[in-house]
Design a protein around this ligand. Structure first.
Ligand code: THU
Length: 138
């Protein structure tokens, strides 16, 4: 999967962000081993604790549609609109743990981007070392 294409899908997903409270709009694009891309955005709530991150929206959408095996996710986020952001939007701890459930941490790629050309790439194991996962409780 071409990183630029995945980042473009993340910016597309970001257009649907519902973030009237924080104004911090996030988009994610999750790439599955089946070749499909699933987009997700953050969805806030007037009861603030119920806000859902873009990454988890993408994961929950994909898993609910029968996919459980993923290769990469691109994430973009920031105040304002458009297809460039000021900063890289790193995934929160809760989202890193949800990613952990459905991937091989040493192989799964997390791409945080400011534009299609300007991005940083990590493996999940770099962002969530010594993690707790499905194999921990077998
Ligand atoms: N947010 C995400 O969508 N992903 C993250 O990894 C961190 C935070 C959202 C949640 C909330 O709607 C807004 O960004 C500000 O925290």
């Amino acid at each position: 999967m071409d990183n630029a294409k995945l980042i473009r899908a993340a910016f597309e997903a970001r257009r649907s962000a519902y973030a009237p409270y924080s104004k911090y709009r996030v988009g994610a694009a999750l790439y599955g081993r089946d070749g499909k891309i699933t987009g997700g955005c953050n969805i806030e709530n007037s009861s603030y604790g119920l806000c859902n991150c873009a990454e988890r929206t993408a994961f929950f959408k994909a898993v609910s549609e029968g996919r459980q095996d993923f290769e990469a996710i691109a994430i973009v986020g920031g105040i304002g609109d458009g297809d460039e952001t000021r900063d890289y939007a790193f995934p929160c701890g809760a989202c890193r743990q949800v990613m952990r459930e459905f991937c091989v941490p040493e192989l799964f790629r997390v791409i945080v981007a400011r534009s299609e050309e300007d991005y940083r790439e990590f493996t999940l194991s770099q962002l969530l070392p010594d993690s707790f996962g499905p194999d921990s409780i077998i």
